[in-house]
Design a protein around this ligand. Sequence first.
Ligand SMILES: [Zn+2]
Length: 485
Amino acid sequence: MGGQPPQTGSASPGFPFAGAACTLPRTPFTARARILAGTTFKGKTMAAIGGSDTFLLFSDVHFNPFADPSLVPALAAADVSQWKTILASSSQTGYPAYGSDSNYVLFESTLDDMAGRAGDVDLILYPGDILGHNFGANYVALTGDSSQAGYESFVLKTVQFFVQEVDSRFPDATVLVADGNCDTDAVPNGIGARPGDAYLASTAPVIAQAFFNNDADRAAFTAGYSQAGYYVLEPDGPTGLKYLVLNSNLWISEYDDPTAGAMEMAWFASELADSARDFQKVWVLGHIPPGTAASGVVSSYAQTGQIAYQGNMEDTFNNAFVSLELAYSSTIAATFAGHTHSDDFRLLTAMDGSDASELVRIAPGISLFLGGNPGYQIYSYDAQTFALQDETTYVLDVGASKPAWSLEYDYAASYGVGLATPQEWQAAYLAVLANPASQTTYLSALNQGADNQTAVTAAVAPIYLMTPGLTTPASFNAVGAVLAG
Ligand SMILES: [Zn+2]
């Protein structure tokens, strides 16, 4: 049925495709969803009359304009309109090595591949980290300029370049950007933008103009983002989907002022309460995922023999976030994060007998800084309920003799279930725990299939396997103590 043209004679209630997209057998789901999403009927897309739509998720580019040090003086002196010409003139024509951030070649290759496979998406989610690691130190070392004004100008040009390059491939898409922990012009880096930071005020108009398509959305974005890095967007009003984009850097333990984080948590709770009252669905997007950093647990396990929780967020904020996600699980249709550079997930589960659960999808990164391959995902979702349906992950194996972007896996085909319901999330996690093929898919996807020292070994696999399902310090440590013996 997927290959037949729509029957132009039938009115909307009897339209053969309307509502049918969710009940067809799932495999190959994404291909069918993409066909349906692109189908037009009396001038409307399938999404508009109740079918599937698609969006793109990519994260953690960590663009590194210092990759070719010989170009840095020219970049610092030039207007951003000249950056593409300058960067393209580099003698570095290959991808960066594992351990490095995205150079011009990797960034362009990523955008071109995404545009080739999903150039018609009208929504892109970017959970943060536009800027490379050690940005401030690199700037000072390679320009000799230690002035804050010079640094802020260079940071702004880097963000402008990032935005311009994304926008050139996806001029009509709305791009939701969360602030990453490297997205700041404070030195030293690593803590994200704080409320009132010049970084937020200076980048807000750049992002607003390119990534949002009408003045109402631009105003909503700017009002929140320019102040404190988080914002709410209701592109279709209170009857549609609401996006809550967090500045979850305010919730990490390195942040020295819990007041700002507490204010944001109160805002998050109040926005969720508003949507619940209006029967509105919400998608949540932030940089830092809840739960533990598995790689940190593995490192300390090697030293101490203990399996001890190491929160991505400070514990109080982590637990508050998890509680809110569960309290509003019928309002929140999807949650996304980045930061780990790992294609991963967190399955939040209530321990109070309520059966509430919530899925946090963690985007693969583009940067090679943590040793994984670059990857991005194309999602399908139900355009009426805003539930996710499926995703396909595309990766670039930079360790291959001839690196090329290719399909890594299709979620529904690999796990036998989709992404829509708590029952499916739980079934997928059980498959990861108990089914060898699903377990291999999950563990391999954690570094996007990179065949190097970041691949998960059998000895520490249990730590990685418990991480998605035990997202509070108490639950993780209780199981960790039993496992470590
Ligand atoms: Zn990152």
